[in-house]
Write a protein that binds this ligand. Structure first.
Ligand code: GDP
Length: 364
């Protein structure tokens, strides 16, 4: 499944957020929550549509899509040189689909800051510099390796060298790989480098209660950086989230949120934002046994979407009988939707839309 990693300096609130997420996941009764490893948790992707669909389809069970969070502890200055848990840390980052960069945006004299003061721009820079240094090392090695064949006149190698060198300069100027203006034909070349700074980034600006929901001057600093970085920002309070996660009674939880002037917990916004950041959409399957949400990338065709359920579905794909969620709700049931003519038979070139309810027909 989809994996997001929390990074950030020590003491900025990563573990607090991670634990709140784990508790929130543990409470979702319909979801087999598990903590895979002490620092890896799986949580459901919140989606109100799924519950509605489950009721209409009279499904025995409702199974949301899931997202994995990894708490990647211990990045300090010098990590790229192997300082602290440096290399281990960077290896963990390589395995995630997206980075959630937690930034301290709250004042609290009781919580020590590793650099002595609260300064989001400096903190972000420390982390991003470590990632950049590691990427520079990676690209430099490629440059070295490509130089010889390029010199001996191999045309393909010359082209590669040119790309690597431009990428190197881009990184050396302090820019993340994800903002590199790559030509279409160079994209696969860059992708196979698995650069840390090519991953999508979501800044989680960790604020105190009084800065919810809009933020504060620290958050504005983060927003400015995110704009330049092609990254996103979510304002969240780790402390409040851990309190929200403790409510067992949904009504009490709603009241607590209302008192704070919030309509949804920050964690839900964080999960949704990660989802959007990665260009992911949801399709559903619904029957008497279960109603279930599935995650795919935008642009995925019907057979590949079927493949996320089972490889046999993809291999033997014939067609997908599809009702959009809104049509399903309007009709009230699958058979009513069929009668109303809003069920479509879609073939192998159909691009699945967010909210499609699908029934796959396949050969075995
Ligand atoms: P980590 O090292 O990044 O994992 O940071 P922790 O989650 O362990 O948090 C470090 C300290 O900051 C803990 O004492 C937390 O209680 C505190 N902390 C975390 N988030 C907040 C917050 O939103 N407000 C305040 N005042 N303290 C927080």
């Amino acid at each position: 499944s989809l994996r997001c990693g929390f990074v950030g300096l020590p003491n900025v609130g990563k573990s607090t957020l991670f634990n709140a997420l784990s508790d929130a996941g543990a409470e979702s009764a319909n979801y087999p929550f598990c903590t895979i490893e002490p620092n890896v948790g799986v949580v459901p992707v919140p989606d109100d549509r799924l519950q509605t669909l489950g009721e209409l389809a009279e499904s025995a069970e409702v199974i949301p899509a899931s997202i994995e969070f990894v708490d990647i502890a211990g990045l300090v200055e010098g990590a790229a040189e192997g300082e602290g848990l440096g290399n281990q840390f960077l290896a963990n980052i390589r395995e995630v689909d997206a980075i959630i960069h937690v930034v301290r945006c709250f004042d609290d004299d009781n919580v020590v800051h590793v650099s002595g003061s609260v300064d989001p721009a400096r903190d972000i820079d420390v982390i991003n510099t470590e990632l950049l240094l590691k990427d520079l090392e990676t690209v430099e090695k490629r440059v070295e390796r490509t130089r010889k064949p390029a010199k001996s006149g191999e045309k393909e190698a010359q082209q590669k060298l040119d790309t690597y060198e431009r990428l190197y300069d881009h990184l050396a100027d302090g820019n993340p790989a994800r903002t590199f203006p790559a030509k279409e034909r160079d994209r696969p070349l860059i992708k196979e480098l698995f650069l840390l700074t090519s991953k999508p980034v979501l800044y989680a600006a960790n604020v105190g209660e009084d800065s919810l929901p809009d933020g504060n001057a620290y958050v504005d600093e983060v927003r400015d950086i995110a704009d330049e970085d092609e990254a996103e920002v979510v304002v969240i309070s780790a402390e409040i989230e851990s309190q929200i996660a403790e409510f067992d009674d949904p009504d009490e939880r709603t009241m607590f949120l209302e008192e704070l002037g919030l309509d949804t917990p920050g964690l839900e916004r964080l999960i949704r934002a990660a989802f959007d950041l990665l260009g992911l959409i949801t399709f559903f399957t619904a029957g008497p046994k279960e109603a279930r949400a599935w995650t795919i990338r935008q642009g995925t065709k019907a057979p590949q979407a079927a493949g996320t359920i089972h490889s046999d579905f993809e291999r033997g794909f014939i067609r997908a009988e599809t009702i959009h969620f809104t049509d399903y709700v309007e009709a009230g049931s699958e058979s009513a939707a069929r009668d109303a003519g809003v069920m479509r038979a879609e073939g192998k070139d159909y691009e699945v839309k967010d909210g499609d309810v699908m029934l796959f027909r396949f050969n075995v």
